[in-house]
Design a protein around this ligand. Structure first.
Ligand code: FAD
Length: 452
């Protein structure tokens, strides 16, 4: 078994781990990044499937994501805007397709007024939340004890308004059923993006993409680290004490003064800690779980929906694919649509055969774009639930009451072990921006400790 000694060992070559590793190197500390997979990037994965370049994981950048934007600029990458000219589409409770422009869905005047009024209330609540410390709000305990669905239903008995308000943080973000997470968790999701209104504004939250794919970010960060990134090295055990850490993979033993666990918190229990992590971490980590969404890619010989004056942007809380967009690559003649199927709908689909699943999903897309949507030349479903080193999508969140009960300890180091991941972030929570912010934060904490 080869032995390596470094100042800091980092478990996970995703955006968080690679950001931290680069910062630590710049500060003069030596690093080793141990990555379980045969590639870097984690939940960022740009791949070619049947000749089509697809973003299997994260891809969009929004204007408030300064940490990610700075990294993109520093790496010399170019961005381009998501196609958004023309009408959006909404499918209502009657199954009818309606065209619309702007952010408000084409619902009745009464429903529109209810949505506007509750959105205003939510924005006011979100404005009071510090995304880095949502548990510190005076109402945190109360807001963490009511489900997102129950709170919305207590505001109005307009079902269409509730469904449209619910899905912004539900199906579209936390990707869990809205009865399974709290109002506080929902407010954190919105606060991490600046406001509830930002979150429902597709032109804001899904603004830009990176030419060549967002996986270029971790790839270029890893390039700078050269041989200090070790692929195919799942960390199996971590011994720790006040003096430092020793990690073992199937092939390597790595000793260091500090460790960073830079992966989804649901995977901490994959590592045998010696001695075990403290009681608080044992308890806390059991209350965090991954959401689940299927990202569906359908490529056509041309972006046919544009010919009908459609932007490709489509929503419906009544559809299997609750949202879909034009996801055509920069400079590509072919047209790509991306759709999303979340939480229990995703569970139900995986009870079907691959053929039945494809048929159901394309049927749903055809409700937005017409029958041509049923005949893509390339079709692919990103299923992060089967990925051993991720186990869901997009990210992890607390169950009911967990955020208020444990949140304050989520990012606390345990001796020499530090934690960084998008799923622990405040600003940029569940996004690449949050992963990068966590990487910077943990690196600066370690640099400070190493100088103490
Ligand atoms: P990860 O990317 O999960 O990296 C962790 C790494 O640790 C992985 O490479 C894993 O293999 C490795 N690892 C785990 N356990 C071990 C172990 N024991 N030993 C060694 N290595 C280990 N975000 C956006 O900003 N915009 C989007 O449009 C967007 N869309 C998304 C769409 C999908 C389908 C998915 C899945 C995610 C999306 N996200 C998006 C979220 C974003 O991709 C993630 O928040 C971010 O990439 C997470 O980065 P990370 O470094 O924190 O963790």
């Amino acid at each position: 078994m080869a032995e390596i000694t470094r100042d800091v060992l980092i478990v996970g070559a995703g955006a968080a781990g690679l950001t931290a590793a680069n910062d630590l190197r710049k500060a003069g500390l030596s690093v080793a990044v141990l990555e379980a997979r045969d590639r870097v990037g984690g939940r960022l994965w740009t791949d070619v499937i049947d000749g089509a370049m697809l973003e299997l994981g994260g891809q969009w950048v929004s204007p408030d994501q300064d940490a990610l934007k700075d990294t993109i600029e520093e790496l010399g990458l170019e961005t381009y805007s998501r196609y958004r000219e023309g009408d959006s589409v909404y499918v209502g409770p009657d199954g009818q397709t309606h065209r619309f422009t702007g952010e408000m869905f084409p619902v009745s005047a009464e429903t529109e007024a209810v949505i506007a009024e509750i959105t205003e209330r939510l924005d006011a609540m979100v404005a009071e939340i510090d995304p880095d410390r949502p548990w510190a709000h005076a109402n945190a305990a109360e807001w963490d004890s009511v489900t997102w669905d129950a709170w919305l239903r207590a505001q109005t008995d307009d079902d269409e308004a509730v469904r449209n308000l619910a899905f912004a943080t539900g199906s579209a973000m936390l990707t869990k059923p809205t009865h399974s997470f709290s109002l506080l968790q929902s407010l954190l999701m919105a606060a991490s993006a600046g406001s509830y209104s930002n979150l429902v504004d597709a032109d804001f939250i899904l603004d830009k993409r990176v030419v060549g794919g967002l996986q270029k970010v971790p790839q270029l960060l890893a390039e700078r680290l050269g041989d200090d990134v070790y692929l195919n090295q799942p960390v199996r055990s971590l011994e720790w004490s006040a003096d430092g850490v020793t990690a073992t993979t199937d092939e390597l033993t790595v000793r260091a003064r500090f460790a960073i666990l830079a992966h989804a918190p649901v995977l901490y229990s994959r590592i045998a800690f010696v001695p075990p992590l403290p009681r608080r971490q044992h308890q806390m980590h059991q209350h965090i779980s991954m959401g689940f969404v299927i990202k569906v890619h359908a490529v056509y010989d041309r972006p046919f929906w544009r010919e009908q004056g459609l932007s490709g942007t489509a929503f419906s809380p009544y559809e299997l694919s609750h949202e879909a967009y034009d996801n055509t690559n920069h400079g590509d003649e072919r047209g790509t649509l991306v759709g999303f199927v979340s939480d229990q709908n995703a569970d139900d689909l995986f009870a079907l055969t691959a053929e039945e699943r494809k048929e159901r999903i394309l049927e749903s897309l055809s409700h937005y774009y017409g029958p041509e949507a049923k005949n893509p030349v390339v079709y692919y479903e990103s299923d992060w639930g089967t990925e051993e080193w991720t186990r869901g999508a997009y990210a992890a969140s607390f169950d009911m009451g967990g955020l208020h009960r444990y949140g304050a300890d989520l990012r606390s180091a345990v001796g020499p072990i530090h934690f960084a991941c998008s799923d622990l972030a405040g600003a940029g929570y569940q996004h690449v921006d949050g992963a990068i912010r966590m990487g910077h934060l943990v690196a600066s904490n370690i640099v400070e400790s190493s100088r103490a």
